[in-house]
Design a protein around this ligand. Structure first.
Ligand SMILES: NC(=O)c1ccc[n+]([C@@H]2O[C@H](COP(=O)([O-])OP(=O)(O)OC[C@H]3O[C@@H](n4cnc5c(N)ncnc54)[C@H](OP(=O)(O)O)[C@@H]3O)[C@@H](O)[C@H]2O)c1
Length: 250
């Protein structure tokens, strides 16, 4: 086992955060599961000094759901500035943050604008960091179905997709956090690249939902024009292991 580390997981009660906390503990590290309901608030700064005391690394997987661009930019940039400055004061050596592949290419999407502001705040903080940009999670396919389904048909953007299992994301974050800071961005994607349409069809098929699925060039991606290739890595990336079929089966 590598040297035992203490890692504060901001958003440690969420989908990815709870998995990261479990993996850290299973590997013999000490994990702090930080979230606002536990009195540790990245946005207001409440409880950060105590949560980060003695930590070697921070994994930031906190989240805010909104369609308001300004609110998202404010949440992600303010939280990152608070976390990195509290981290520096506490002697934290490495700030790891989870972002989204090609966050800089879909800025018309308000959520991506928030994630880009988060990345910028971390990169400019002076704190040693690794930005892990993941593709959409397998779990996000259900959100996409909800967003694009009509009564009788599901029309989705005509775009390539390469989703990754939350388990693989958590494992990559833990590996990054116990390793050395890269002071750079790394991409992370699932094992299969295909059209979004085909993944939606597989998901609906597993639920015995017979609605037809079609790729439609006129359908946008959450309010932003579809940019070809913008949901998949353009260069090297870390590849997750769990396929959508395996995840659906589990
Ligand atoms: N969904 C995708 O496909 C996808 C793809 C790539 C990257 N990501 C990124 O993955 C990250 C994690 O997503 P997730 O699905 O695991 O999120 P999630 O399940 O919604 O969990 C969010 C966590 O953040 C905490 N939180 C919210 N506001 C906070 C604050 N002010 N201070 C401290 N903690 C706070 C929440 O707990 P409390 O409510 O107690 O505060 C919760 O523990 C997000 O940053 C997202 O951008 C998502």
């Amino acid at each position: 086992m590598s040297e035992m580390k203490k890692v504060a997981v901001i958003g440690g009660t969420g989908l990815i955060g709870s998995k990261a906390v479990k993996l850290l503990q299973e590997a013999g590290h000490e994990a702090v599961a930080a979230s606002s309901r536990n009195g540790i608030n990245a946005y207001t700064g409440e409880g950060l000094i105590e949560a980060l005391a003695g930590a070697d690394a921070v994994i930031d997987v906190s989240n805010m759901m909104s369609f308001d661009r300004q609110a998202l930019v404010d949440f992600f940039s303010t939280s990152s500035r608070n976390l990195t400055s509290a981290g520096k004061a506490a002697g934290v050596r490495h700030h790891v943050v989870l972002s989204i592949v090609n966050a800089d290419q879909i800025e018309a999407n308000p959520y991506m604008a928030g994630k880009l502001a988060q990345e910028d705040a971390v990169a400019l903080s002076g704190q040693a960091y690794t930005i892990v940009r993941a593709t959409q999670f397998h779990e996000f396919i259900e959100t996409l179905v909800g967003a694009y389904a009509a009564d009788r048909v599901v029309n989705v953007p005509d775009i390539d997709f390469q989703p990754i299992a939350a388990d693989d994301v958590a494992a990559a974050l833990v590996e990054a956090a116990v390793g050395e800071p890269k002071n750079a961005t790394v991409d992370l994607a699932g094992p299969e690249r295909a059209t979004l349409e085909s993944f939606i069809r597989a998901y609906l098929g597993s639920k015995s939902d017979a609605r037809p699925v079609a790729a439609d060039a006129a359908v946008d991606y959450f309010g932003a024009p579809v940019v070809a290739g913008s949901l998949v890595p353009g260069g090297d990336y870390i590849k997750g292991r769990v396929t959508v079929a395996e995840w659906l089966k589990a």
